[in-house]
Design a protein around this ligand. Structure first.
Ligand code: SF4
Length: 87
């Protein structure tokens, strides 16, 4: 069980995703307060912390758009973003 240190700055955790508040609250309870290692957003940020970065402006914008809508349980999308960072 590990509380996420990104809670104060994370777009998801700061209620920027409002269309499904009950689901969002449950995801927060699970990922942000118990299981950050399996959070899709956290996985992407870990790669960025390792020094990976978008190779060009187009990739940067594509990743930024996807991160805006990335839910913590969407590990498939996280994998796609990470492939964009590491190719
Ligand atoms: S959504 Fe993920 S990255 Fe954001 S605060 Fe919660 S666990 Fe951390």
């Amino acid at each position: 069980m590990s509380v996420c240190e990104r809670r104060d700055i994370c777009g998801f955790c700061n209620n920027k995703l409002r269309p499904m508040p009950v689901i969002a609250a449950n995801l927060k309870k699970h990922f942000c307060y118990r299981d950050k290692e399996n959070c899709a957003r956290y996985m992407v940020h870990q790669k960025l912390r390792q020094g990976y970065a978008p190779k060009d402006e187009g990739t940067l914008h594509a990743i930024a758009r996807q991160m805006n809508n990335l839910y913590p349980n969407d590990t498939a999308m996280a994998g796609m973003i990470i492939r964009m960072l590491t190719r």
